[in-house]
Design a binder for this molecule. Sequence first.
Ligand SMILES: NC(=O)c1ccc[n+]([C@@H]2O[C@H](COP(=O)([O-])OP(=O)(O)OC[C@H]3O[C@@H](n4cnc5c(N)ncnc54)[C@H](O)[C@@H]3O)[C@@H](O)[C@H]2O)c1
Length: 269
Amino acid sequence: MAYNLLKGKKGIIFGALDSNSIAWKTAERVHEEGGTFVLTNAPIAMRMGQINELAEKTGSQIVPADATSTEDLDNLVSQSMEILGGKIDFVLHSIGMSINVRKGRAYTDQNYDFSHKGWDVSALSFHRVMQSLFKADAMKEWGSIVALTYMAAQRSFPDYNDMADNKAYLESVARSFGYFYGKEKKVRVNTISQSPTPTTAGQGVKGFDGFISYAEQMSPLGNATALECADYTLTLFSDLTKKVTMQNLFHDGGFSNTGVSKEVMEKFV
Ligand SMILES: NC(=O)c1ccc[n+]([C@@H]2O[C@H](COP(=O)([O-])OP(=O)(O)OC[C@H]3O[C@@H](n4cnc5c(N)ncnc54)[C@H](O)[C@@H]3O)[C@@H](O)[C@H]2O)c1
């Protein structure tokens, strides 16, 4: 069902790799709600993914940008303003990657070059994106910026590895930049803490299949899907949430506030 919630709004969507990506679903839903946007991803991901198909479907243009490159991001921001014909209402940061996870390095045996790269891609990139937008004065008043995160920022999930630290940093950047963006430009900045979701990034985490079933049984409403995450993101892009900022918002079917569920308890009796 569409409500025209984003009619006339313009944005930038990072991170649509394939049809499982949370950013992909968000792009489709933003399009249905009347928003227009530029799609972007790392140049290397463009070759692997199917972003052209999404661009065609949503009538969008693609501007490649490596989120660790300030030059790429500055170029993305100026090109997006040209393509969209003015300032931007919404931005989705949906980017994550850990080489330690990919290479199976234990948390107690990190390769710090890998850690550094993962932090740059997954966490510092959020600051970079906002700094590029801020310096170009690219955001419209009452605009909205959202990044995706995971609850391992607050609680220990051993196999989430160094991504836990990256997410803690990302959430902190949302609060810190959110202060300045709110004060100086009336722009809101939030993170959505999403349930485990079967995407390329999600499935890269060791033990993902067991973990997603565990989370499903621990959450009174069940895990939130990528499409449901897209829907929640739309509300934050809409004018219905103008005073929500500097928040980490759990979108996890109640998992984060559940001590134990009946289903999980039953496995121990
Ligand atoms: N899948 C889950 O279980 C889950 C749960 C909570 C939060 N998240 C977060 O959601 C976000 C989106 O991930 P997803 O699950 O849709 O997986 P995904 O693999 O579809 O998306 C990750 C994206 O990051 C992009 N990326 C990687 N390096 C980049 C770079 N240098 N520059 C620009 N883009 C780059 C990839 O190309 C890809 O499009 C991530 O921040 C992830 O941590 C995912």
